[in-house]
Design a protein around this ligand. Sequence first.
Ligand SMILES: NC(=O)C1=CN([C@@H]2O[C@H](COP(=O)(O)OP(=O)(O)OC[C@H]3O[C@@H](n4cnc5c(N)ncnc54)[C@H](OP(=O)(O)O)[C@@H]3O)[C@@H](O)[C@H]2O)C=CC1
Ligand SMILES: CC(C)CCC[C@@H](C)[C@H]1CC=C2C3=C(CC[C@@]21C)[C@@]1(C)CC[C@H](O)C(C)(C)[C@@H]1CC3
Length: 615
Amino acid sequence: MPSRKFADGEVVRGRWPGSSLYYEVEILSHDSTSQLYTVKYKDGTELELKENDIKPLTSFRQRKGGSTSSSPSRRRGSRSRSRSRSPGRPPKNARRSASASHQANIKEARREVEVKLTPLILKPFGNSISRYNGEPEHTERNDVPHKNTQEKFNLSQESSYISTQYSLRPRREEVKLKEIDSKEEKFIAKELAVRTFEVTPIRAKDLEFGGVPGVFLIMFGLPVFLFLLLLICKQKDPSLLNFPPPLPALYELWETRVFGVYLLWFLIQVLFYLLPIGKVVEGTPLIDGRRLKYRLNGFYAFILTSAVIGASLFQGVEFHYVYSHFLQFALGATVFCVVLSVYLYMRSLKAPRNDLSPASSGNAVYDFFIGRELNPRIGTFDLKYFCELRPGLIGWVVINLVMLLAEMKIQDRAVPSLAMILVNSFQLLYVVDALWNEEALLTTMDIIHDGFGFMLAFGDLVWVPFIYSFQAFYLVSHPNEVSWPMASLIIVLKLCGYVIFRGANSQKNAFRKNPSDPKLAHLKTIHTSTGKNLLVSGWWGFVRHPNYLGDLIMALAWSLPCGFNHILPYFYVIYFTMLLVHREARDEYHCKKKYGVAWEKYCQRVPYRIFPYIY
Ligand SMILES: NC(=O)C1=CN([C@@H]2O[C@H](COP(=O)(O)OP(=O)(O)OC[C@H]3O[C@@H](n4cnc5c(N)ncnc54)[C@H](OP(=O)(O)O)[C@@H]3O)[C@@H](O)[C@H]2O)C=CC1
Ligand SMILES: CC(C)CCC[C@@H](C)[C@H]1CC=C2C3=C(CC[C@@]21C)[C@@]1(C)CC[C@H](O)C(C)(C)[C@@H]1CC3
């Protein structure tokens, strides 16, 4: 195995890609396969460099007097606003490295020529995000001259869908110099673009969910856990202190007829998805700049499903069958999800590199879980997008209705209990809201970052319908009478959660769609070097994930109608807190990589992640 020249932690000088400029960097790691070093610039930018592009500090001659540019960022003087923002361009008065002395003429020439580089942004939702939003005295830009402010040129794959390229606009005519300048800039821009669009599998240390052992455990543990929960919940005394009931053998749970009903449900949803109704929108730009088209007809699918369910009830279809075969349905959905995951993994092996998810790692087990392909499609049929909102989410509402009918039947009630009505209506609102705001799904981590594999297939098709309906399932065999004053308090809590959840999501979506929306003009923002801004006031100035806070408050309101006799109905709140805390950490990691210094500034301005003054 070839030996490495530089050790981890060593401070050296690394060449900025595409230029002949060297900046102080720290060696983070070395990949013996690709022979690349991961280095960190002073502003936090992490890049992979070849050994040839790294020099020991001692090989640089220091010049007295000049200010040192110690990162790809440039400290700008008074006229620097109109000058290049290229990482390869040296700052005015910047010290020159000895190794870059052959560039001297070019650099001298640059002093005479003013060149303006304008970031070309690949626009999410077709709106420019390069415009600065907000009043100057209320906002801060991280690209104005500032002692500690450095530009960050993020080349990570996460940021690639908003890649920043550079166009040159010479202000004065100086043909020769302009040519030299433009040649070098074009080269830098090309290299940046190439690197930006590169899909490199993530290294083992970056694997999420506890890496391979973690995802292995989740894949086997979660289905078992699901069946245990459902079995415990069916017991007369569903206390967790009781000995858990034994899991039935798989053949006892398997019913081909149930599986047939499940497939029929799935196919009906496919049919509704394919209906040419609803507007077509473009998703966020992909790694290669392409933007996929999505038809927004989830709400119509819900209306049509409601019509079919209503007609079936009218025809006397026995919905109790779903309740009495609930475990069998859960098994049918799990089997379907495993088959789907195998198909997704197999087809991903033939997928072009650009179609792979940034989360994929190259490890078969991990990729089977997280999903290798980002947007698997059969023609225009987007499998992930379809599964995320249709069979599982709408299925959840239908299951809740089944539980409501089962409660009336089993408890011999003329009308459903207030607790059941509360749970049903709260969760109906949540699902309808998701379908009504379907376009917002296109900017979620699931669509942009995670591939479509076992995790989302199981989450969408099994976990959501069979676990999210758990409160209603619990109430069928464990009635709880809720007083009207208590119900009023729970309704207020639910509405508070909903206002925060919807307000935060809508504010962010509107801002991402059109940052210069006059309705958002009062909001303060931080500018980032990707061209995208971050909101620092409004909901996003309250905590860093106000939408998670709202979601969690709603989750509590869904459980409270079940009373306080058992912890079981609170399982959802506990699980969801863990999910969102973990999700927040994942998002934080990606945003830090994407926005660097600007994200750190945001964290200083908005110190709490989800719960104000707590976390
Ligand atoms: N019921 C359930 O089981 C689940 C529900 N959810 C819900 O789904 C919704 C979407 O969640 P999720 O995709 O995780 O994440 P978010 O909708 O919170 O999106 C996070 C992204 O928002 C952008 N962002 C972060 N901070 C700011 C800011 N200050 N200003 C502007 N943009 C910012 C960043 O992306 P960029 O800058 O690139 O735009 C970041 O990556 C949430 O409401 C969540 O509660 C999520 C998981 C499970
Ligand atoms: C069990 C696994 C380890 C984890 C599974 C997680 C999934 C259940 C969730 C991941 C993200 C989700 C979203 C929603 C439902 C749950 C899953 C699939 C969502 C569709 C719920 C409705 C919201 O309004 C939303 C914002 C559209 C949600 C998007 C994310």
